[in-house]
Design a protein around this ligand. Structure first.
Ligand SMILES: CC(C)(COP(=O)(O)OP(=O)(O)OC[C@H]1O[C@@H](n2cnc3c(N)ncnc32)[C@H](O)[C@@H]1OP(=O)(O)O)[C@@H](O)C(=O)NCCC(=O)NCCS
Length: 154
């Protein structure tokens, strides 16, 4: 199946599919919901997994400074999980970050096993004050955050 999947930059027309994929997991409390407006605003930072014209997975990058970025909103539709799509999405995001000269990428996740498999290691959240300042202070879970911070050198 992997050979039939193309990982590409998202286009505006993909916004509804990205919203559907991420909303499914947001409802389960596995990831933060991103509004349609927020997805559209950030569409240039998204990648999608395109399987014969159907968007089955997505992820986004967020830059913090010249050296540091985050991979976020990574999700694959349930029925396409465990087929290597998540790995392809992360690898694409990392390739683009490397091209930009980014040296370190981090994630906040409830699925550390997946990220361990793709080369990330656990680290204290406090190592990324930029993230806390930008997003966490607006998050309803702030004081009870259960997400695990993980990092990879590029
Ligand atoms: C996390 C997610 C994107 C992974 O996508 P995926 O396409 O299923 O993952 P892959 O098939 O590429 O898996 C890559 C490796 O991770 C492993 N893996 C994937 N999910 C795993 C899990 N939940 N537990 C343990 N290992 C896991 C796979 O076995 C594979 O290992 P291998 O390469 O050694 O064989 C997908 O499970 C998902 O959408 N989860 C819900 C949303 C979410 O948690 N997103 C992360 C928020 S940051």
């Amino acid at each position: 199946m992997q050979s039939e999947v193309v990982i590409r930059h998202a286009r505006l027309a993909d916004a509804a599919a990205i919203s559907a994929i991420t909303a499914e997991y947001a409802l389960q409390g596995i990831m933060l919901e991103r509004s349609g407006e927020n997805i559209i605003e950030n569409i240039r930072n998204f990648f999608v997994a395109d399987y014969n014209g159907e968007v089955i997975g997505c992820c986004a990058i967020a830059f913090y400074n010249l050296m540091l970025a985050e991979i976020r909103s990574l999700a694959v539709f349930n029925r396409f999980k465990m087929k290597g799509i998540g790995r392809l999405l992360v690898e694409k995001a990392e390739t683009v970050l490397r091209e930009e000269g980014v040296k370190e990428v981090f994630v906040l996740t409830l699925n550390p096993e997946f990220f361990r498999r793709v080369g990330y290691s656990e680290i204290m959240k406090e190592y990324f004050p930029q993230k806390i300042w930008r997003d966490c202070t607006h998050c309803p879970k702030l004081m009870a955050c259960d997400e695990i911070a993980m990092v990879k050198k590029l």
